[in-house]
Design a protein around this ligand. Structure first.
Ligand code: FAD
Length: 394
């Protein structure tokens, strides 16, 4: 049986960040990473952009193969961990191989959520999560003209743009009454919708896909209200679910994700978790930067440090074509809104205040002020102070 001082399940950014950090604090302890995918850690965040680009898998790698050799980190690819034996500190892989550990990190990430839609198993309905998905989707799309996107969130809109760059006609189907309701108010969302429509996207709001049409392969979608859209492929972007299969039959506590403390430790003393698979303060974040930071903290703690993780403030930026927007903080619970508008340049900024302090912001059309405004939201700057420096806001 192979033995690891540090065993990491999953080689996404959380797993890799942990391995890096462990090696920074422990030069010699054996580190083994296991992944069911067939590639070393890659920039998953770039997959959407690469839908419309030529690339080699190598370009997407976060660290090249020789880095793992230099750091003496063993990576086992194309193997699924099927079982964790907490009592005996070992795991079993799908080929029967067992590996024992002193410290274990679960960094199994998440998978796309596909809502229950009739006919969803037809050929041509997919979600983009892995490099393998990307290769399959790119090939499939070569013979498609009309493509529908279920889910008009940030990732969905980025994907819609990539599809447009591939010269596809794109339908965007969104359940909410306006686009990006968590990041935008209705007024700015309407502006976004208008711009997207000008680029040729067909947007269906307050809409739900009820059935995927076609014999075997997708030929269309039936929406609620019985409207039918022609579509040769459907890309689903409706959120994620943590990969919890491994922990379901163990004593490791989980809810929507694996529950960890500030040190990223689970309820089992030598088992940590990080990345999309964890839930902290009731939230599953599903963000690259959070996975990276959590991996670092978990790795350092596994190697004997005592670091704490603090949830980051969440900011959103969307840059597709000539559309730029930024959203930060609280935009739905405020006393006043201070605005700056330049209709000619299609710029619209809003600062949301509570008790005269800036608690949230939306920038549309131009992001030059993004860093200044982000800092104002983080430090809850007084609006009077802010307006003294930038008198454009009314
Ligand atoms: C298309 C796309 C675009 C995105 N864009 C952004 C963005 O712009 N900004 C942002 O912040 N975030 C973005 N994200 C989210 C971001 O990529 C994730 O938050 C991040 O990659 C999660 O990293 P992770 O290490 O937790 O998990 P993952 O990257 O999911 O890695 C987990 C790995 O574990 C493997 N695994 C799972 N179970 C097992 C098992 N039992 N045995 C062995 N291996 C296993 C999986 O195959 C996978 O390789 C995007 C995601 C996608 C899919």
């Amino acid at each position: 049986m192979d033995k690891a001082k540090y065993l990491i399940i999953g080689n996404g950014i959380a797993g890799l960040a942990a391995a890096r950090e462990i090696r920074a604090h422990d030069e010699n302890g054996t580190i083994i990473m296991i992944s069911s995918e067939s590639t070393l850690t890659y920039y998953r965040v770039k997959l959407t952009e690469y839908m419309s680009k030529e690339f080699t898998d190598e370009e997407l790698l976060v660290s090249k193969e020789n880095w793992y050799q230099d750091k003496n980190i063993k990576v086992i690819l194309r193997k699924l961990v099927e079982d964790i034996d907490i009592t005996n500190n070992k795991v079993r892989l799908d080929d029967g191989q067992e590996i024992s550990y002193e410290k274990l990190l679960i960094a199994t990430g998440s998978r796309p959520f596909i809502p229950p839609i009739n006919g969803k198993y037809k050929e041509g309905l997919f979600a983009l999560r892995t490099l393998k998905d990307l290769h399959y989707i790119k090939e499939y799309l070569k013979s498609c003209n009309d493509v529908s996107l279920i889910g008009g969130g940030l990732l969905g809109l980025e994907a819609a743009w990539a599809l447009k760059e591939l010269d596809k006609k794109v339908n965007i189907i969104e359940f909410a009454p306006y686009l990006l309701p968590r990041q935008l108010d209705k007024e700015i969302s309407d502006k976004l919708e208008k711009k997207l429509s000008e680029h040729g996207f067909k947007i269906y709001l307050s809409s739900q896909a009820e059935e995927i049409l076609g014999d075997g392969a997708v030929t269309g979608i039936r929406l609620n209200g019985k409207r039918k859209l022609e579509s040769e492929a459907v890309l689903v972007s409706s959120g994620i679910r943590p990969n919890l299969d491994l922990v379901r039959n163990t004593e490791i506590e989980y809810n929507r994700g694996i529950i960890v403390d500030k040190h990223l430790k689970t309820n089992i003393d030598n088992i940590y978790a990080a990345g999309d698979v964890v839930e902290i303060d009731g939230m599953v974040l599903g963000l690259w930067t959070a996975g990276n930071e959590q991996g670092k903290i978990a790795g350092a703690n596994m190697a004997g440090k005592e670091l704490e993780y603090n949830q980051p403030k969440i900011f959103t930026t969307l840059k597709i074509g000539n559309i730029e927007l930024f959203s930060a903080g609280i935009i739905d619970d405020f006393d006043r809104v201070h605005e700056y508008k330049d209709d000619e340049r299609d710029i619209h900024y809003k600062l949301f205040t509570r008790d005269n302090k800036i608690v949230g912001a939306i920038l549309f059309g131009d992001l030059k002020e993004m860093n200044t405004i982000r800092n104002a939201v983080i430090s809850n700057t007084s609006i009077d102070e802010y307006i003294k420096k930038d008198s454009r806001f009314k």
